[in-house]
Design a binder for this molecule. Sequence first.
Ligand code: ZN
Length: 225
Amino acid sequence: MKNLSRCRERCVYCGADKNLTVDHVPPKLLLTRPYPVNLVTVPACFPCNQSFQKDDEYMRTLLCIDVRASKNTAAQSNLPAVLRSLQRPNARGFVEYLASQTNLSAILDQHGSPMGQVIEVDNTRVNRAGQRFVRALYFAETQTPLPVGALVRVGAKMDLRPKDAGTIPIARALKTLPDWRNGSVGTAFSYVTAIGPEFSFWFMLLYDFFFWLGTVDCRAGSRSV
Ligand SMILES: [Zn+2]
């Protein structure tokens, strides 16, 4: 984080105009060095920026240890750091938290043993991260902050497939909006968006397997920042 001296900028998340810092989306913690040249940065106040750290660490751990991230170079470069951080004494609480989210899979292999463990995703955390990414990317794409009161709905999903329920209606809805854009940050993250005057749709993909689908409704309770 570094301080911004530019005036008239506001936090893209809460609208505050004091204690502004630079927030990266996706956060640098999820990327790998050397960092891509096209990092997405937005103004964010210090309290908002600080409040993201636990969610970022949670997502990095959850996603980098997932076998589906094994082909993604950014995720794989982060894996040693993730494993090291889990061994730190002060990571104990976090490890216990992750363990508490873990259930034996009901699927058995040919020998009758459970096929490893699956970690239940903390949807509150990953959806909060997705909402933050949408707000940041909206600003990056339009140079306008979303109204603080805009309704940002986000759902996270692993391994989205074209036949999954919900995919076709979303694809149809996307077609109704003419302003398509897409972007990527290194190999870790990419997104597609269709932006209309009141609505926008967002597909975001992290580490080649973790999706967020997002919709933004600027009409609902919107007030300008
Ligand atoms: Zn803020």
